[in-house]
Design a protein around this ligand. Structure first.
Ligand SMILES: *Cc1c(COP(=O)(O)O)cnc(C)c1O
Length: 441
């Protein structure tokens, strides 16, 4: 079922493509993690995908736990989503004008998620976050933003920052090309540290437009937060008149229909969604309080637009995905499937005294170096984790398992991962960890 005999040719074909790609795109890719820099080696080129499987250019099959970094809750090319996409193609694939498809999706979302009183569709999570920040700055007439080290919010300038080396809380840009002036308007705190947040608000409270966080940080490992911490951050922000933005691009519609806002029973002022919302097409949105969203053009003075925004193919794929997730009780199924997979694998890893473990939340899991305490901040990730993960990744790959190609990326379960495939994946990952010479320093 997982013929690996063509391994040599396989590598060659992907390598040939990659050599060509390197000539025409920076690093050979259109998004950095795809280049395998975090794990080494040549990235595999894939020709097609179906359900839980990826098929490489040379015909090798892999069980896919990357799932396009999260959007594909139902797996690749789910038949219901595929039907909606075909229908869309038959009618129109772009209008640049008013149409009922985005209305249907907007009504579907706002009728289920009470904290989304109004929303605006955009084409990427980056755009959604960037626009939400603009609204927050306009609404509060303040310039500063507070974010957390280890949360990812896309690549807009004000969020490409990390903790600076100077004064606590002041950020430095984490990318060349971001002006230091823009970076200086973002403050950075560690996760799991409400005291640091309080101190920053004591000092800069009147200048902070919003605090933005991933309520389930899942872009630098899976850093599950204490509920108290999130509650305290929200409380402190509100005391100082700052808005609260939940960036649920990865957790929204993934951990529950209402994402972490539903799980925590909290109501942010603004919220961003992406990934699952478009079922694998480029769809994202920002939304929240009506009085804030009415600041957006043409209703209000905050400009934001998009030629392909609310693209009808994406709208219909998104709606078909969400409807199926709701009607087929997908959360319960995925919870059960992922819990069993992770618990069994953790049990076997522990029994064999292997220095690796899985941390899970709903259908998201992270494979990482074993630690005594749960990891809640990035500085708690063992320094040897990345190199150990690289070894495990390549052994798993040889065994027909495609994990997200970085030790800091999480993995995703989809509805299409059958018991049979998961059994195979269990054995292959266990063997990969066992066979890797894992260091611990
Ligand atoms: C993926 C992600 C983004 C960026 O979304 P893109 O569509 O890649 O621009 C922003 N925030 C979070 C929490 C994400 O997981």
């Amino acid at each position: 079922m997982f013929p690996q005999q063509a391994a040599i040719d396989a590598e060659d074909l992907s390598r040939k493509y990659f050599e060509r790609a390197l000539r025409v795109c920076p690093g050979g890719v259109h998004s950095p993690v795809r280049a395998f820099k975090g794990v080494g080696g040549t990235p595999i080129f894939f020709r097609s995908a179906q359900g839980a499987k990826l098929i490489s250019v040379d015909g090798r099959e892999y069980i896919d736990f990357c799932q396009s970094f999260g959007p594909l809750m139902l797996g690749h090319r789910d038949p219901d989503v595929s039907g909606a996409v075909e229908e869309a193609i038959e009618t129109a694939w772009s209008f640049g004008a008013c149409e009922p498809y985005s209305l249907e999706l907007a009504e579907w979302i706002t009728s289920r998620l009470p904290w989304v009183e109004m929303l605006r569709f955009v084409s990427s999570g980056t755009e959604a976050v960037m626009s939400a920040l603009r609204v927050a700055r306009a609404a509060t007439n303040r310039n500063r933003i507070l974010k957390f080290e280890g949360c990812y919010h896309g690549h807009s300038d004000s969020l490409l920052v990390k903790a600076g080396s100077g004064l606590a809380g002041l950020a430095a840009s984490s990318s060349a090309g971001v002006s230091s002036q823009v970076a200086s308007e973002t403050l950075v705190a560690h996760l799991d540290d409400e005291d640091a947040v309080r101190k920053l608000f004591d000092e800069f409270g009147k200048e902070i437009a919003a605090v933005i966080l991933e309520p389930l940080p899942a872009n630098y490992g899976l850093l599950i937060q204490r509920r108290d911490f999130i509650e305290e951050v929200v409380k402190i922000a509100r005391e100082h008149g700052a808005l609260v933005i939940f960036d649920e691009v990865i957790s929204g519609f993934r951990v529950a229909l209402g994402g972490m806002a539903e799980v925590l029973g909290m109501r942010p002022d603004l919220i961003t969604y992406g990934k699952v919302i478009g079922g694998g097409f480029p769809v994202a949105c920002y939304g929240g309080r009506k009085d804030l969203m009415e600041l957006v053009a043409p209703a209000g003075p905050v400009y934001q637009a998009g030629t392909l925004s609310a693209n009808p193919v994406g709208m219909r794929a998104g709606l078909a995905t969400l409807k199926k997730i709701e009607s087929e009780n997908v959360y319960e199924k995925l919870e059960w499937k992922t819990a069993r997979f992770c618990e069994d694998l953790n049990g076997d890893l522990k029994q064999r005294d292997l220095p690796f473990q899985l941390t899970r939340s709903a259908s998201i899991f992270w494979l990482h170096a074993r630690t005594k305490e749960p990891i809640r901040r990035i500085d708690q990730i063992p320094s040897h984790h990345a190199s150990n993960f690289a070894k495990v990744f390549h052994r798993a790959l040889d065994g027909g398992i495609y994990l997200a190609p970085s030790g800091y990326e999480v993995n995703f379960m989809s509805l299409a991962h059958s018991d049979e495939l998961l059994e195979h994946a269990h054995d292959a990952i266990l063997r990969a960890v066992e066979a890797s010479q894992l260091g611990n320093g």
